[in-house]
Design a protein around this ligand. Structure first.
Ligand code: TXA
Ligand code: MG
Length: 317
């Protein structure tokens, strides 16, 4: 059920049930991070492989040492600068953090979400919330309560509605080797912003064999409809002549093509706006009864790099 009543989410979570929660990035499928039976329910409902660990959401930076230890200086610096916000840190876990939650890893993924509704929920709880994105494994992430409802319907008692997600793409994931920062997942916080704070960050976002962050599996975030990513939209349209096409475009409508299903991410060419609109546009195209989706590559810098990364994974066969 979709609700704006914070108390019903709190009640469900205290009762060892799940609740979908809004964050500034995407909606999360939340449960008590200290309870393995709850964690198992999250994996089951998402149909997520148990090798793919969950992110722990805490109420504030001061709670960090309840879940992590031996925290590198750069991690603290980033936490102070960007929390609450779209940054997830991979840190050495405290022994009591469940191996089910971390998929047997010695690290735990942690972040403080920046959404007043979810922060109000966390404030009332004595445990942190494990919450992956609230979509079935591999599909497009949800940026509204309706998206979550369309995926899980009545099998989820509480979907806490906090409006459309402000940022629209998942958090950026940073881990550490010694004091070196390594980026495992491109996200709503651009590399440029992170590097301004802690200097050069090493990119490690492609690792199918032994994924450090399995969100980096090549195929992920995928529509059901056949989707193609290109720099040359008109050529791709010609290639699919005769088929019903939907277009996902950066800023300009495709004129004179007769194609009526077109999604423009930002008419001003603003990458922040494009990021916010991306998943919702993909959801709409996927439900628009087209046979193919053709997506246009964005300028590959800042958040454009994050969007291109998601689209690349969405089109992977
Ligand atoms: O913005 C977000 O991060 C959203 C909201 C709900 O907070 N959450 C999210 O969770 O995107 P999820 O589970 O869809 O993606 C988390 C990613 C996964 O790719 C997972 O493999 C990786 O984080 N991860 C979690 N714990 C990890 C760990 N200990 N080591 C490496 N990767 C980890
Ligand atoms: Mg996800």
């Amino acid at each position: 059920m979709i609700t704006t009543n914070i108390n019903s989410a709190i009640e469900a979570l205290l009762n060892h049930e799940l609740a979908a929660i809004p964050t500034e990035t995407v909606y999360g499928l939340a449960g008590n991070a200290y309870d393995d039976t709850v964690i198992k329910k999250i994996f089951d409902l998402k149909k997520r492989p148990l090798i793919n660990p969950l992110i722990v959401h805490i109420k504030s930076e001061s709670y960090l040492n309840q879940v992590a230890q031996n925290i590198p200086d750069k991690a603290l610096q980033l936490a102070k600068r960007f929390w609450p916000g779209p940054l997830t840190l991979l840190l050495e876990k405290k022994p009591h953090i469940s191996n089910l939650l971390t998929a047997g890893k010695v690290t735990v993924a942690v972040r403080v979400p920046k959404h007043p509704v979810t922060l109000a929920v966390l404030e009332k709880l004595e445990f942190p919330l494990a919450a992956p994105s609230a979509n079935p494994f591999g599909s497009i992430s949800p940026t509204s309560a309706e998206h979550v409802f369309n995926y899980f319907g009545q099998s989820l008692d509480v979907i806490l509605d906090g409006g459309e997600c402000e940022l629209g793409i998942e958090s950026t994931i940073i881990g550490f080797e010694g004091n070196e920062a390594i980026l495992y997942r491109l996200g709503s916080l651009s590399i440029e912003e992170i590097e301004q704070e802690v200097g050069t960050v090493r990119l490690n976002t492609k690792n199918d064999k032994n994924p450090e962050a399995p969100g980096m599996l090549s195929r992920h975030y995928s529509p059901k409809t056949d989707t193609y990513l290109t720099n040359n939209v008109s050529e791709m349209i010609r290639h699919f002549e005769g088929k019903k096409i939907g277009l996902l475009l950066f800023k300009n409508k495709f004129q004179n093509s007769g194609i009526t299903t077109q999604e423009i991410l930002s008419t001003n060419g603003d990458l922040t706006e494009a990021t916010k609109n991306m998943y919702a546009a993909l959801h709409r195209l996927d439900n628009a009864n087209v046979e193919v989706i053709i997506a246009e590559k964005l300028p590959n810098h800042g958040l454009g790099q994050t969007i291109n990364d998601r689209l690349q994974r969405a089109v992977q066969k």
